[in-house]
Design a protein around this ligand. Structure first.
Ligand SMILES: NC(=O)c1ccc[n+]([C@@H]2O[C@H](COP(=O)([O-])OP(=O)(O)OC[C@H]3O[C@@H](n4cnc5c(N)ncnc54)[C@H](OP(=O)(O)O)[C@@H]3O)[C@@H](O)[C@H]2O)c1
Length: 295
């Protein structure tokens, strides 16, 4: 039986927050808040709501995740991604609760060509990345028992992401393309829920962690595999081949994107002994379980 029984989730209707809320419902007493129930930008409401709540561990999935919006709304980005997690972390510390704060691979500049470890220097090249890094620093400074978990390329059934946009395009047209010179590893929300468990149940696990599915790929390889899985699962598509784009051709991007942000989950694996499945297996599972069944 777990030692942490009462769990709070912020951003509970988002892609990751909704998946975690569902995944943990059987084992924990989960209080999950969407934006209408708890606006993390309203600091008075944050204090009131969390002061009144009894919980052992809080997972913060609430964030301004629109990378381009952050670039043009700097103050909002730092308030939601920097100040808000900092405040939540201080409240958790005061209550003797552990905070697990979700962060991003975009804290790195993407110039490395080997998986980033927790010891690599974070040097964000966008307002989004800088605001998320500010949040990480505030959370870790508030209590040495808190954890910050960086994830990359999150996908899952609760909210459409890159993979769903690719499949939607391939359903409608023959020509589909994706960037071939940007690399990371997709992270399936259902697998993230499994990987986070040791951090919830073992209060001794604190500090910085990297989490993703195993392996690495470009957006083009990710998209091609998603399409291949759809074909194998009998999902009717017009597009079969993903053509290559270059990152520098993405003129609609406002914020700069780091080219290489594979995260090494070795630290978590060492601590937890978890086997992390390959991103291809996770994508195949997602297509089979959710995309094919929608048809
Ligand atoms: N998506 C990715 O590829 C990716 C990659 C790396 C890291 N991450 C990190 O993973 C975490 C979860 O992201 P996600 O993929 O689940 O994205 P998401 O679906 O956009 O989730 C973010 C959640 O935050 C909520 N939110 C935004 N402003 C809020 C506010 N003022 N008060 C309360 N809630 C607010 C959103 O509410 P609404 O439902 O009302 O919009 C949404 O539910 C974030 O920390 C993100 O930085 C994501």
């Amino acid at each position: 039986m777990s030692s942490a029984k009462r769990l709070a989730v912020l951003g509970g209707s988002g892609r990751l927050g909704a998946a975690l809320t569902r995944a943990y419902a059987a084992d924990f007493q989960v209080s999950s808040f969407d934006r209408t129930q708890l606006d993390v930008g309203d600091f008075e409401q944050v204090r009131r709501s969390l002061d009144a709540l009894e919980f052992d561990t809080l997972i913060n999935c609430a964030a301004q995740t629109n990378v381009d919006r952050c670039e043009t709304h700097r103050e909002e980005a730092f308030a939601l991604n920097g100040d808000a997690p900092g405040l939540v972390a201080e409240i958790c510390a005061r209550k003797g609760a552990k905070m697990i704060h979700i962060s991003t691979d975009y804290v790195f500049d993407g110039e490395k060509r080997q998986p980033y470890t927790e010891d690599d220097a974070a040097e964000p090249i966008s307002v989004y990345g800088a605001s998320k890094l500010a949040g990480e620093e505030r959370v870790l400074a508030a209590d040495s028992g808190h954890a910050v978990v960086r994830v990359s390329w999150v996908f899952g059934p609760d909210r459409p992401s890159f993979i769903d946009a690719v499949i939607k395009r391939a359903r409608a047209e023959e020509h589909v393309d994706a960037v071939a010179d940007k690399w990371s590893a997709p992270s399936y929300t259902i697998d993230i829920a499994t990987m986070l468990r040791p951090l919830i149940t073992d209060r001794g696990t604190a500090g910085l962690f990297h989490i993703s599915n195993a392996g690495e790929c470009s957006w083009q390889e990710y998209a091609q595999w998603a399409i291949d899985c759809c074909h194998a699962a009998g999902v009717p598509l017009k597009g079969r081949r993903i053509e290559a784009l270059r990152l520098k051709d993405m003129t609609n991007f406002i914020a700069r994107r780091p080219p290489y942000t594979v995260l090494s989950p070795a630290r978590l694996q060492r601590i937890s002994g978890l086997t992390i499945r390959h991103w291809r297996e996770a994508v195949a599972d997602y297509v089979q379980s959710f995309v094919a069944r929608r048809d």
